[in-house]
Every structure is written in structure tokens, then in C-alpha cells.
Ligand binder design. Structure first.
Ligand SMILES: Cc1ncc(C[n+]2csc(CCOP(=O)(O)OP(=O)(O)O)c2C)c(N)n1
Ligand SMILES: [Mg+2]
Length: 547
């Protein structure tokens, strides 16, 4: 059997059914072999887009994303998306064509392993036709079970070799790790002793089973519930949900987190974003971290207790040790409940609307969209000054309703990650929230969204600038010509790609969005929102301290 065919048969046999990529001569055969073995191939227009699509797809399906790349420039083009995935511990397998060992003068030659390792992704390689299937299985297992972004180099000469099919591969899952009895008991006694316990759940808790276990434990000890941005939506619907902890926290959420006497981080690193550089955690608070990866404990912040274990298993083990408390204990008073109901959402916090008829306040825009768009949605956010508005003013139905590719803080990934989200969850409306800078950087994938007939909403917060830089450096009087741009008619560009498009300067301009929603659309709508930008978003003032 040809190695390309064997690799494709192996990976599809392990469950890979969707592959994103850009095809060149080096990955032509392996991509076609994947299709022949039943995989769906999604052609992106830029390799970075392919990597971001696969990253988002993997986050929402919980399965390894697959990427297929041409050798050399195909790989280097994908690097930013690969780096984001690697930093997010997204399970992803990148099939990266490579030159043959003997092709020492090939234009396409780069050191794939070195460039992969430099991004934080994990290098792997097909060494010979004889072991190609084993190499591929190992790479897939590393991606899936260790949540690694693996770049598997496929040298052309190995691809063209022959191997023997050993039979369908079997790859059992790895059992989740329970906590030790001692650590579970220590956590239980800390919770029993706490007057105002607070749970902050992160990426490692993004599952329905983790939510159920955490809610049950929180009920038993009277804890309030918050998440990192990466896990936004996890506790949606709970009366004790504070939404996101960190720069995006509403004033009430920040007050309650600051008042906690015990903070338990569940699959959450407590990095500077989640804790506002530590300032959200009161001096009186004990901090406990639960993580299945022992190396994650205390990495961003010193903790009083580290519990190594799976989130759901640990929550269950601790709940079994706790006497359930009567209602209205812990942090769960009737007064707190009423305050949360009345004002924990950002959209319930009063603000002065800066809309002036020519430009719309991004908060008013986002609240109007929140009212208009169906609740069953996925919000995918690019990076920039604007990013707080969709993250804070658009509600999401659960942890799979938010795709936040910010581990590398790159602009330009938002549109592609929204496309990957839409492919992963076709039953939900995908909303891509972009700045004008990120939108124009990643715009080649608009053709992909149109070609795939994806009925997505793409909203561009258009301040005709790299607003983050304007607000970062403007107050100190620096010249800003390098980060300001002339007006761009993004709606016209979008129409050129085949999208429906609307320019929005006032709430009334959103009427076509309503019509589009009612029309059972089969194409994206792009909203070029000309937004006011008199001052930087408040959350950015915190963020700049991290630069
Ligand atoms: C790939 C990349 N290049 C540059 C930057 C630096 N940067 C951070 S935010 C930003 C501005 C983004 O502009 P836009 O998308 O319009 O969003 P805005 O800040 O205006 O809301 C830039 C250039 C980055 N984060 N990533
Ligand atoms: Mg901008």
C-alpha cells in the first residue's frame, strides 16, 4: 500500500473526518487519500486560516483538528495559527509535507522540526515507509491524549514509499486522573471552612460533565461560579453565575470575586488576564488550584494548595466528603442572588451612549445584536481594542458558544476561527466579531465562507485604526499616523466576495440584519459598523499592563 494511502486510512480509521488545508504538490496525494477514505476536506485560502479553522473546530468538537499543508511556505504561512493552537493546548495534527532527505537544494527546504519546536508545537516525522503508520498513530495519540498541537512532517520520498497494512488501528482513550485522597480531603476541609467560596473554572473544565460536577459541589458548599474567558458560558443559566473573571468582569462580578475568602481554580491557570494581574483576588483569600497537569499548578500564581486531578472527578470526590449545607450559606445569600439577577451582566450596567448619528457606540451596537441574534449561537472573537464588546455584551448559551483564540494575542485569526466554529456546529448561528485591522488581515477566508455557504454573521468594529495601539500610545502624545487608516468600505469588499453586507452608523441601520435572519440565509452577512472610539475600552487599561 502507498504510504499516503496508509496514512489516510489510519487517520480516518482513528476518527479524523474533517481536514482543513491548502493543497500544493506536496500534500496533494495525502489530501486526496483522506477524501477517498471518507474525510471532508475544507479548502482554506491561506494556511493560517486553515490552522485557525482546525483549531476552532477542535475546541468545539473536542476531537483533534486535522490540517494539511504544502511543504515550505505552506508551513510557514500556517505558523501563527499553529502557535495559537499550541499555546491553547488544542489537540491538533498538522500533516506537513516536507522535502525528501536527498533534496538538499530544494527551494522548499526548511527545518520543520526546529520551526515547529520554536512555536511550542510538537514536532514529529514519518521516518520510513515501514514505520509510517506507527509514526502517524503516535502523532495522533499525542495530539488527542496529551492535547498537543503536533506537526507531522511527511517527506515526499517516504510518502511515495510502500508499506504493509497491518489492520485497522485501535487507540483506547486515556482514563481521567482522580485526585489523591489526601488532596481531596484537604480541599473538602478548606471548602467547609470557607465563608465566601468562589469557583473559577477554566479551559480544563469546558465540558457538560465538569459543569454538572462543579455545580453540585458549589451547591453543597455555597460557592459562587465564574470562569476564565476561555470557558465563558460554562455556568450559563445558574443564578450564581458571575460570567467571566478578569478584565471582562462586570463591576459586581469583580466586587464579589474580590470579596471571596477562598478561590478554587478548576482547570484554570489564574493568569494575569483572569485575575487582573492578581488584583481581583483579595488579600484575605486562600487560593487552591485543581488541574490534571501537575506542571500547571502554581505556574502563574502561587497557590496554598494544588490538587492534581481531573476537574469532574475531583469535584465528585470532594462533594462526597462534604456535608451539604442548608440553602443560603457560603456566599449564597438572598441579597447576593438578587444583586446578581439585577446587575451582573454588562448590559445592565448604565453607560453614556456616545453614538452621534455618524458613528455608533460599540456597546449599543452589541446590545442591539444581542437582542436580535438567536440565543443558540457561537461567538468567535478576533483580537484588538474592540474585543471586550462582543465578549462582554453578547451572551452565549454554554461553553461551546464562545471561541476565544487569544493565547498568542494575534490579530487576524477571528474570521477563520469563526468558520471552523460554523463547520463544527452547523446548528448554531456563528458570529465572528472582528476589528477592521483583523478583518482586513484575514479577509481571504471570506471567499471560503461564501463558497461553503455558511450563514454567519460577521461584525466588524470599524474604527479605521489599530485602535489598541491608538489607545495605548495616544495618551502619551506619540504620533499615531502609523496606526490610523483612511475609511475602507468593508461592506463593498464583502459584497464583492458574494456576501450580504450592511454599513451601520446608527441602530436603525441594523434593519437589514433582521431581514437577513428571517430569510433562511445561505450566505454570510457582513456588518461594517462604523464605531465611536473616543477612548480606549476600559478593559484595555488593564491589558496594557501586560505588555
Ligand atoms: C499579527 C499581529 N500583528 C500585530 C499585532 C499588534 N496589535 C494588537 S491589537 C492591534 C490592532 C488591531 O486593530 P483592529 O483589528 O482594527 O482592532 P481595534 O484595536 O481597532 O479594535 C494590533 C496591530 C498583533 N496582536 N498581532
Ligand atoms: Mg480597528
Amino acid at each position: 500500500m502507498l504510504v499516503t494511502d496508509a496514512i489516510a486510512k489510519t487517520l480516518t480509521g482513528l476518527g479524523a473526518d474533517t481536514v482543513f488545508g491548502v493543497v500544493g504538490s506536496g500534500n496533494f496525494h495525502v489530501t486526496n487519500a483522506l477524501i477517498a477514505h471518507g474525510a471532508r476536506f475544507v479548502a482554506a485560502r491561506h494556511e493560517c486560516g486553515a490552522a485557525s479553522m482546525a483549531d476552532a473546530w477542535a475546541r468545539l468538537t473536542g476531537r483533534p483538528g486535522l490540517v494539511s499543508l504544502h511543504q515550505g511556505p505552506g508551513i510557514t504561512n500556517a505558523l501563527t495559527g499553529i502557535t495559537e493552537a499550541a499555546k491553547s493546548r488544542t489537540p491538533m495534527l498538522v500533516l506537513a509535507a516536507d522535502v525528501s532527505a536527498k533534496a538538499v537544494t530544494s527551494n522548499f527546504r526548511i527545518d520543520v522540526a526546529a520551526i515547529t519546536a520554536a512555536t511550542g508545537a510538537t514536532p514529529a516525522r514519518l521516518m520510513s515507509p515501514v514505520f509510517a503508520i506507527d509514526d502517524a498513530v503516535r502523532a495522533y495519540r499525542l495530539a488527542r491524549d496529551d492535547r498537543r498541537t503536533v506537526v507531522l512532517a511527511l517527506p515526499l520520498d517516504v510518502q511515495a514509499g510502500e508499506c504493509t497494512w497491518p489492520g485497522a488501528p485501535v487507540l483506547d482513550g486515556v482514563a481521567a486522573r482522580p485526585p489523591s485522597d489526601r488532596q481531596a480531603a484537604e480541599l473538602a476541609s478548606a471548602l467547609a471552612a470557607a465563608a465566601r467560596p468562589m469557583f473559577i473554572a477554566g479551559r480544563g473544565a469546558r465540558s457538560g460533565s465538569a459543569r454538572a460536577a462543579l455545580e453540585q459541589l458549589a451547591d453543597a458548599c455555597g460557592a459562587l461560579l465564574a470562569t476564565s474567558a476561555a470557558a465563558k458560558g460554562l455556568f450559563r443559566g445558574s443564578p450564581w453565575d458571575l460570567d467571566v473573571s478578569g478584565g471582562f468582569a462586570s463591576p459586581l462580578a469583580a466586587e464579589l470575586i474580590g470579596g471571596a475568602d477562598l478561590i478554587v481554580a478548576w482547570g484554570c491557570s489564574l493568569n494575569m488576564w483572569t485575575t487582573r494581574h492578581g488584583s481581583l483576588i483579595g488579600p484575605q483569600a486562600r487560593v487552591i488550584q485543581v488541574d490534571c497537569d501537575d506542571k500547571a499548578i502554581g505556574r502563574h500564581r502561587r497557590v496554598q494548595l494544588g490538587v492534581v486531578g481531573d476537574v469532574a472527578l475531583t469535584a465528585d470526590a470532594v462533594a462526597a466528603l462534604l456535608e451539604p449545607e442548608p440553602p443560603e450559606t457560603g456566599y449564597r445569600s438572598a441579597a447576593v442572588r438578587d444583586r446578581l439577577a439585577a446587575g451582573v451582566r454588562w448590559r445592565d450596567v448604565p453607560f453614556d451612549d456616545t453614538s452621534d448619528g455618524d458613528r455608533i457606540d460599540p456597546r449599543s451596537l452589541t446590545i442591539a445584536l444581542d437582542d436580535m441574534l438567536p440565543a443558540e449561537r457561537i461567538v468567535a472573537v478576533d483580537s484588538g481594542n474592540f474585543m471586550g464588546y462582543p465578549s462582554m455584551f453578547l451572551s452565549v448559551p454554554d461553553q461551546d458558544g464562545f471561541c476565544f483564540t487569544q493565547a498568542y494575542q494575534s490579530i487576524g485569526l477571528g474570521l477563520a476561527s469563526a468558520i471552523g466554529s460554523a463547520i463544527a456546529s452547523p446548528d448554531r448561528l456563528t458570529v465572528a466579531a472582528l476589528g477592521d485591522g483583523g478583518a482586513l488581515m484575514g479577509i481571504s477566508e471570506l471567499e471560503t465562507a461564501v463558497r461553503l455557504s455558511l450563514p454567519m454573521v460577521i461584525v466588524v468594529y470599524d474604527d479605521e485604526a489599530y485602535g489598541a495601539e491608538v489607545h495605548h500610545f495616544g495618551p502619551d502624545g506619540y504620533p499615531l499616523d502609523t496606526v490610523r487608516f483612511p475609511p475602507t468600505d468593508i461592506a463593498a469588499i464583502a459584497r464583492g466576495y458574494g456576501c450580504t453586507a450592511v454599513t451601520v452608523r446608527a441602530p436603525a441601520d441594523l434593519a437589514p440584519v433582521r431581514e437577513w435572519l428571517a430569510s433562511e440565509p445561505t450566505q454570510p452577512i457582513v456588518i461594517d459598523a462604523k464605531v465611536t472610539a473616543d477612548r480606549g475600552a476600559w478593559w484595555l487599561e488593564e491589558a496594557f499592563r501586560g505588555h
